[in-house]
Design a protein around this ligand. Sequence first.
Ligand SMILES: Cc1cc2nc3c(=O)[nH]c(=O)nc-3n(C[C@H](O)[C@H](O)[C@H](O)COP(=O)(O)O)c2cc1C
Length: 353
Amino acid sequence: MNQEQLLQLCEVAHNAPSADNSQSWRFIISSNKITITYDTHRVLNKTFAADNIATLLSMGSAIEAIVQTCIEHNISYTLDTTLKLSNNFTSYACFSFDQEVSEKFTLKKDSFLQHRHTNRFAYKTQQAEKNIIDALIATLNASSTTISWFDDKTSINEISSLIQSASEIRFQTPEVHEWLMQSLRFGKRERHEDGLHVSTLDLPPLGSMFMKFIAPWQRTQTLNKLGMYKIMAAIEAKPIAKAPGLMAFSCDNTPEAQLQTGRDLFALWLQLNNAGLAVHPYFVITDQITRLHSNAVPSRLVAQATTLEEQTRKIFNLKEGGNLCMLLRVGYPQKQAVRSKRLNVMDVVTIKD
Ligand SMILES: Cc1cc2nc3c(=O)[nH]c(=O)nc-3n(C[C@H](O)[C@H](O)[C@H](O)COP(=O)(O)O)c2cc1C
């Protein structure tokens, strides 16, 4: 493989989903290898840590994006997913490629891999056919990830209440508020950017002005005293209550299993989009439970977070040591999503040779 081909593979991986579009990866290209690492210098303390479930899901997605491209283009590789999680160097995977790979390989412009995306807008009420969903889930049946599908009103309402409770905690937590606010992008869209542009969100009229207004934590704190967090959480949970279907991903509480779930998440998301179904991820429940375990939930909200965890375990039927990793709202879209941009690929690649 030449450097240009390796760069093209990095570009595909760079299009993987990441929490708040933080793109916390750095791809190191060296002698026919791509190593996927955490970009400590760029993202530390601005988004999830290197060993957080959110990061492992994103990195797993980036790995799977390369795997799927190699399958599509018949490229042989060896993949080492030995996790190295240390303070000064974290790596999630290393791909080694054959020197002999055809010089002719260039990434297909119309590859189905480029169709995966988040759609936060409203969905039609029409439900996805259960046999389509079952067939897609069945393609991953050898994996350590458990995938569950909910399309009955009772479960959907119960899960919507969980989202509402988790969001109430989130909107009262200064650190999470600051991460979200620093990731929001207003104004003209840049060709290359990270973060969440407000046009990709389903905000009501004047919503983006309001988000700008509440960006300083002190303002949010004052408005929270008047109950703003409850309104924000109800708005967040509403699309879930109206969802035609929900897909939950859970796995053992180990970084290896969570990385694998990231791979499965990407693979299924791709298939769902390919079947014409829109996907909207919700990480808020997992985030609040993870924060509870690392004592990061404000003390006055610990009781609410504990109840959230108990109910989550019950509703998702989690076994001992199992974790909910991600929830997807799934349905046929009413309108096309506005796609998130990416940083320039050279901002996330280091070439070592
Ligand atoms: C671990 C993880 C957590 C995410 N959590 C949320 C979420 O809670 N709400 C949301 O709207 N999008 C969420 N997303 C979607 C990302 O914001 C999205 O993937 C990113 O902005 C890039 O956009 P794209 O998926 O359209 O390429 C999450 C994605 C990942 C990988």
